[in-house]
Design a protein around this ligand. Structure first.
Ligand code: SAM
Length: 372
């Protein structure tokens, strides 16, 4: 492809992105519209490999540098960085910022990919861990596949507020890595709120986790400020609660120092789960990971779990995944509503026999849980 064709693809993607957000993100929409009008800005994306030339990569690179320059004129427009964002047009500040930081932007765009870790999904996993505890499997040995920065691994360190029709129904809190006690109202740190529909079997106490490990092909190292900064930059500034929650969760998990390993979901799963089975009841978790695997990889992932389930006898697998990533390769109950936002399922092997339970559909970031 010629450079002109490459640029045409970038322009098309930027235009498509603006159309897809329907003005829902006024700041980001304006920045992308401005980029579209300025070749020097949208051409920055040409530094990335072709498949990575996506608008959110440009936006994340700009956001990363804005986080490094909180006193810049552009930072005044970011709702996650100021309580009262500037009301004037951000376009001039954006163009000036891109010109001032052109080399750094190119460097980020050439070397980074968009990677996120949404801690809100723990509010979906918690009731399932509670079900396992009630079943009497004993303390859990958690293997979080596609763990990113490992925020799911801090599941028992957050505070959960479950509400129904706007009314609080339960608060469950664990020992915060930063916190002082088990009583939820004393706990600083991460608060996850989830609105319930249906008869969700909430635990009354925090399920016990005996051991935990994360696996990711490119784990985010929370001890590296540049990696943490990039993770933050991939969150949209127009979702400030999400941004602040991420910051709080990274602090909790950094203090927890979970074992997070670089490796492949398919090739490295069996050895890791077999080791963890000696530490407690093995629970494999994956949240919004299967859409990164192609059909063949998904089949191999499920086959590896099946082999583990039969050889270990007892194994649990909890997934919260995009409907597009489950079925026909991933076992899903025929009760699953595959048009909804996230499919939450529990697959159990007990004495080597497999049982698949579709539990709920849910918001992709854990804002609501619709139990079947
Ligand atoms: C959308 S993120 C989800 C992260 C986290 N589970 C969450 O819910 O926030 C997908 C993660 O899967 C990881 N991933 C993708 N393919 C993988 C593979 N084959 N093996 C291991 N990790 C993989 C990516 O690096 C990324 O961190």
């Amino acid at each position: 492809m010629s450079e002109v064709d490459d640029e045409a693809v970038v322009v098309e993607r930027l235009q498509g992105w603006v159309r897809s957000v329907h003005g829902r993100l006024p700041l980001y929409s304006r920045l992308v519209e401005t980029a579209l009008d300025h070749r020097r800005v949208h051409r920055l994306l040409l530094a990335a490999p072709p498949e990575q030339r996506i608008p959110v990569l440009l936006l994340a690179a700009v956001h990363a540098l804005v986080l490094d320059h909180p006193d810049s004129a552009l930072a005044r427009h970011y709702p996650n960085l100021t309580e009262h964002p500037a009301g004037d047009d951000p376009a001039p500040a954006f163009l000036e910022f891109c010109a001032d930081h052109e080399a750094e932007l190119s460097q980020l765009i050439a070397t980074r990919t968009v990677q996120t870790n949404e801690v809100g999904r723990c509010a979906l996993l918690l009731p399932v861990f509670g079900m396992l505890e009630r079943e009497g499997v004993g303390p859990l040995a958690m293997v979080d596949v596609g763990t990113s920065a490992g925020l799911n691994l801090g599941i028992d360190r957050y505070r959960y507020s479950y509400v129904r029709d706007g009314e609080p129904v339960a608060t469950i809190a664990g020992d915060g890595a930063l916190g002082e006690g088990r009583r939820g109202d004393e706990l600083p740190g991460v608060e996850l709120s989830c609105s319930l529909r249906g008869d969700v079997p909430l635990p009354t106490t925090m399920p016990a986790i005996a051991a935990r490990v994360g696996l990711d092909r490119t784990p985010v190292d929370l001890a590296d400020p540049a990696q943490v900064r990039w993770l933050e930059a991939c969150v949209w500034p127009e979702q400030p609660e999400r941004f602040h929650r991420l910051r709080a969760a990274t602090a909790v998990v950094r203090a927890l120092r979970p074992d997070v390993r670089a490796g492949d979901a398919v090739d490295d799963l069996s050895a890791l789960v077999s080791t963890m089975a000696g530490e407690g009841h093995p629970v494999v978790v994956n949240t919004w990971v299967l859409n990164y695997l192609d059909a063949e990889q998904r089949r191999r992932y499920v086959a590896a779990l099946e082999t583990l389930g039969q050889s270990l006898g007892d194994l649990s697998w909890v997934y919260a995944e995009s409907p597009s990533a489950v079925g026909p390769d991933v076992p899903v109950s025929d009760r699953a509503d595959l048009v909804d936002a996230t499919v939450l399922s529990l697959v159990r092997w007990r004495s080597g026999e497999r049982d698949v339970q579709h539990l709920a559909s849910a918001h992709p970031h854990g804002h609501w849980l619709n139990w079947i």
